[in-house]
Design a binder for this molecule. Structure first.
Ligand SMILES: C[C@@H](O)[C@H](NC(=O)OP(=O)(O)OC[C@H]1O[C@@H](n2cnc3c(N)ncnc32)[C@H](O)[C@@H]1O)C(=O)O
Ligand SMILES: Nc1ncnc2c1ncn2[C@@H]1O[C@H](COP(=O)(O)OP(=O)(O)OP(=O)(O)O)[C@@H](O)[C@H]1O
Ligand SMILES: [Fe+2]
Length: 551
């Protein structure tokens, strides 16, 4: 082609959406006024139950050729509008390489190879989850946002650092949409359940359900069992739907706020099918407004699975020379977003600016506002507008109580922590002595990381976890490290809970350090030395890290 217009045809088919699209732009690196995207989707809807992989593949087999033909026609029409030759109307063919259902992915890949060969243009292999977040970045124009992907098979929060999207936090069991869909299957409702829960929730009232956040990770299994039980116990279905949304979306919003705070980013983008939910968007919008951050969610056609997002990222990758020889174009059903070398962005983007230091020397953390005066630190968990007021009051009260108790308990076990001067759980207020000169994230050394891992071993041996051991929740003073912020801690003798503490610490090192591997290894080694029972904890950690969450 001779003109400056770039046109990419893309194919998506990871699970339910047989989709093809054309993206046309004069500059793939940013959103332009004259860009256009046309998407053709043929959805698979199971007769009963959830998505059956074989049925989904049969659907892809029939529907993919049809949507690809529609996209091709569009590409030809657009090319003709610009007086270009129509035999070769696209510059590249992009496809979803994974994650997703193997049988579906294979059909998509075959169609993509054939289309690329037919036009004699390069093939681009796109990670579906990275596409879910890049479409938000592209449409918003945000420089370096934190990204929440809330889709059917996934739920994770990502930040860009050093050439990769890092998983800052993710679900420890199922994806968020799948969790909701499983609940609605229990009620005998047809797939997908998410929109139906949203509808019914409109008439519901609040019920207490479990709320599980560990650092920036979270899990849905406990809340889902409790929701099913509540229905079986004859609680009104609309109340359970309402409470389910209030809890699950508050968890996602809370970890998003934590990620903003940890990275120092002032921008959040949302992606994935569950992001079509107005309550989730509303909560995120409210959270961002409260902390002075910008929020963007793309329009629904770019949220649910669609080839438009694959085409837009495909164009960026093509522009960066990131194409795929046919011989190397095999699919990857477990393709994680952090495996993708991000060729289309400057490596050094995301300059963590740290916390907003506000008037009166107040620090805004992820959860609390902290003020300093004469060596005394006052921490207040202020109400969060995005959370239902009953849930908000419950979380602020219990976390404040636990923080007071565990801070003292840790010190008795021999771990340096600040001395507690005062506590008022109903106000969510704590008063501590000031400790340390800096947060660990600004003093990251192997020695300090070792020290922290030793502290974690000590509190685990004493029968409790910290719950959120990040590089922000450790203060450093010369060689000494202090643990602070025990609000997410609890008593437990389960090695898996101890392993989660180590996993949260690892993830935070990954999000903070340029070279996290050596620090993670040092922490592991120090924990092993200090712990009374390192074997079962480290086994459990290996299991947590190896969990395939993308099937
Ligand atoms: C790997 C890929 O195949 C997979 N795709 C996927 O999960 O489809 P997606 O379109 O992103 O999301 C579908 C999910 O989105 C939920 N959903 C749709 N509308 C919803 C709504 N209004 N409220 C809540 N959930 C909603 C559905 O219940 C379903 O679980 C993924 O991205 O994880
Ligand atoms: N006792 C203390 N001595 C010195 N600095 C402190 C103390 N307590 C808190 N800080 C500072 O205030 C920041 C926020 O405190 P804290 O972590 O308790 O609140 P938070 O809102 O829960 O934050 P996050 O959720 O980000 O961990 C800490 O990162 C630390 O820099
Ligand atoms: Fe998706």
């Amino acid at each position: 082609m001779t003109c400056s217009r770039l046109r990419v045809l893309a194919i998506e088919g990871t699970a339910w959406a047989a989709s093809a699209a054309v993206f046309e732009t004069t500059d793939p690196t940013e959103r332009t006024d004259d860009e256009r995207v046309d998407i053709f989707t043929d959805a698979y809807a199971p007769d009963s139950g959830g998505i059956h992989p074989r049925e989904a593949a049969e659907h892809m087999h029939e529907a993919i050729p049809k949507v690809v033909a529609q996209a091709r026609e569009t590409a030809e029409t657009w090319a003709a509008e610009h007086d270009e030759q129509t035999q070769n109307p696209v510059d590249a063919v992009a496809f979803s390489r994974g994650p997703g259902l193997g049988p579906c992915l294979r059909i998509v890949a075959t169609a993509a190879r054939a289309t690329a060969q037919r036009f004699d243009v390069p093939l681009v292999g796109v990670n579906h989850m990275v596409a879910h977040l890049e479409i938000g970045r592209h449409r918003s124009g945000f420089e370096s946002p934190v990204c929440l992907n809330a889709s059917g098979a996934n739920a994770h929060i990502l930040g860009f650092r050093n050439g990769r999207y890092r998983v800052l936090g993710e679900t420890m069991d199922t994806g968020v949409g799948n969790a909701i869909d499983k609940f609605t299957r229990h009620l005998g409702w047809s797939h997908p359940g998410g929109p139906k829960v949203e509808q019914r929730a409109k008439e519901g009232d609040f019920l207490d359900l479990p709320y599980v956040v560990k650092g920036m990770d979270f899990s849905f299994s406990g809340i889902m069992s409790a929701a099913k039980q509540a229905v079986d116990d004859d609680e009104p279905v609309e109340d359970v739907c309402f409470a389910l949304q209030e809890h699950i979306f508050a968890m996602l919003t809370e970890v998003s706020e934590r990620a903003l705070s940890l990275t120092g980013s002032g921008q959040l983008v949302l992606g994935g099918g569950v992001a079509q939910n107005a309550r989730l968007r509303g909560m995120l919008e409210s959270m961002c407004a409260q902390r002075g951050a910008e929020f963007y969610a793309p329009e629904p056609r770019f949220l649910r699975d669609n080839a438009g997002m694959i085409a837009v990222l495909g164009a960026k990758m093509y522009d960066a020379g990131d194409t795929l020889p046919i011989a190397e174009s095999q699919i990857d059903s477990n393709f994680r977003p952090d495996q993708v070398p991000v060729t289309w962005r400057e490596r050094e983007a995301w300059t963590a600016t740290g916390d907003n230091v506000r008037a009166g020397d107040a620090l805004q953390g992820a959860e609390a506002t902290v003020t300093f005066e004469d060596g005394i630190v006052t921490k207040r968990r202020l109400p969060r507008e995005y959370r239902h007021e009953i849930l908000d009051a419950r979380l602020r009260r219990t976390r404040t109580r636990l923080e007071a108790r565990l801070t003292s308990q840790a010190r008795r076990a021999g771990v340096p922590t600040p001395v507690l001067r005062d506590v008022d759980p109903d106000e969510g207020m704590l008063v501590f002595e000031k400790v340390g000169e800096a947060d660990l994230r600004d003093r990251l050394t192997e020695a300090s990381v070792r020290d922290v891992a030793g502290h974690l071993a000590t509190i685990h041996d004493a029968g409790f976890v910290h719950g959120d051991p990040t590089t922000r929740n450790v203060r450093v003073d010369g060689d000494r490290t202090y643990l602070i912020d025990f609000g997410l801690g609890y008593f437990t003798d389960d090695p898996e809970d101890y392993a989660m503490d180590l996993h949260v610490f690892d993830q935070s090192l990954t999000g903070t350090a340029d070279d996290p591997e050596s620090l993670i290894a040092a922490a592991r080694e120090s924990y092993e030395r200090a712990s009374a029972d390192p074997e079962s904890v480290l086994d459990s950690l290996a299991e947590i890290e190896g969990r395939g969450r993308y099937q």
